[in-house]
Design a protein around this ligand. Structure first.
Ligand code: NAD
Length: 358
């Protein structure tokens, strides 16, 4: 049965980079028998302009029916003055929570051809391939009670609650172990179990799930050490699994090890493997409409979609090999340009990937 994919171009460079990713999907459909239906909907600023809200009911209905979603990016200066409750980013958060996308997968991959783009020495990062699995719908970002209150002394006090139930830890740990089995078979669980009871429970539950997976090597690391190790010797990691807030910080740190924000895809999955796939970068209003955006993060998001939601790992391999080949051939968008390479725009890069797949 054909799988339905909802395309959400969004704002800024979103429509440009998504158009190139759709070209790749269409090529796999037309030339390699990928059985998909594509539909498109509005989200973010584009949806605000057309309907008054960042996540129209029509979009949410289509999103609930789809097997997978491909998102460009949302937001931009045009909508920054709006009330926070109806800003473009609310469209994204609404999709994540309505679809219960609790597992955020953020690979930090550094293609050897781009090792010079990192601020770290090339031998420390060349060939880097880490998968960070971040819990996305729980933890301190969602815990109650929360707020700012006034104490008897008249001083104000801010407070948030870090809370995880066993089932929430159990399901994210299982995602991490399943992914590790398809990769290097190592999981490092990051917590602060020496200080926070909540993550003491985290460590206990992750260890229990680990016992069910004797073929995967499990280690535990405190978050402060994990931050240091990511910068010191990042290649020691295969899969890292952690809480919402620790994952937020560590995944940005890991992404920046690669030095090329235009190269990194991401996925957010529900319990059935349905997912929303998107580049980690934003809508880049500074280069929108110039035709210079790097579409590779979005194209690599399609590869993740094929692997994690559509069960088409061979098609995913095809895309990743095509990216490798195009980089080997010396093609670079301006954000990853270096000496003696050939500079191309967004569209030419998309065309080159389609040609390399063929
Ligand atoms: P950004 O990621 O959009 O841009 C940061 C820098 O990286 C800019 O110089 C930009 O030109 C460059 N860049 C980003 N993607 C690129 C690409 N594919 N190719 C080449 N260069 C690229 O971050 P920002 O400037 O902080 O945010 C801009 C807007 O995007 C804001 O409205 C923000 O709220 C929104 N945003 C959206 C998402 C999302 O949709 N998931 C994520 C982050 C930021």
């Amino acid at each position: 049965m054909s799988k339905s994919i909802l395309i959400l171009p969004g704002d800024g460079i979103g429509p440009e980079i998504v158009a190139e990713a759709v070209k790749v999907l269409a090529s796999l459909r037309d030339n390699y028998g990928l059985d998909i239906d594509l539909d498109e909907a509005l989200v973010g600023g584009a949806a605000i302009d057309a309907t008054g809200g960042p996540l129209p009911d029509a979009t949410l209905d289509l999103a609930k029916e789809a097997d997978a979603l491909l998102l460009g990016a949302v937001g931009g200066p045009k909508w920054e003055a709006l009330d926070i409750s109806i800003r473009p980013e609310k469209g994204l958060l609404g999709l994540r929570s309505s679809l219960n996308l609790f597992a955020n997968l953020r690979p930090a991959i550094l293609y050897p051809q781009l090792a010079d783009a990192s601020s770290l020495k090339a031998d420390i990062v060349a060939g880097l391939d880490i998968m960070i699995v971040r819990e996305l719908t729980g933890g301190i970002y969602f815990g109650h009670p929360r707020g700012i209150r006034e104490l008897d002394s008249g001083e104000r006090q801010g407070f948030n609650t870090l809370v995880y139930s066993e089932s929430e830890i159990d399901r994210i740990a299982r995602v991490a172990f399943d992914i590790a089995k398809k990769r290097g078979k190592r999981v490092c669980s990051v917590d602060k179990a020496n200080v926070l009871e909540c993550t003491e429970l985290w460590r206990e539950v992750v260890s229990r799930i680990g016992e069910e997976h004797p073929d995967v090597e499990l280690s535990h690391m405190y978050v402060d050490n994990a931050a240091m190790q990511l910068v010191k010797w990042p290649k020691q990691f295969d899969v890292m699994v952690t809480t919402n807030m620790f994952g937020d910080i560590l995944s940005d740190c890991a992404a920046m090890l690669t030095g090329s924000i235009g190269m990194l895809p991401s996925a957010s999955l529900d319990e059935q493997g349905k997912g929303m796939y998107e580049p980690i970068h934003g809508s880049a209003p500074d280069i929108a409409g110039k035709g210079t955006a790097n579409p590779l993060a979005t194209i690599l998001s399609v590869a993740m979609m094929l692997r994690y939601s559509l069960d088409e790992p061979a098609m995913a391999d095809r895309i990743e090999r095509a990216v490798d080949k195009v980089l080997d051939d010396g093609l670079r968008t301006p954000d990853i340009m270096s000496d003696e390479m050939t500079e191309v725009g967004c569209e030419a890069m998309g065309d080159a990937i389609v040609a390399a797949i063929d």
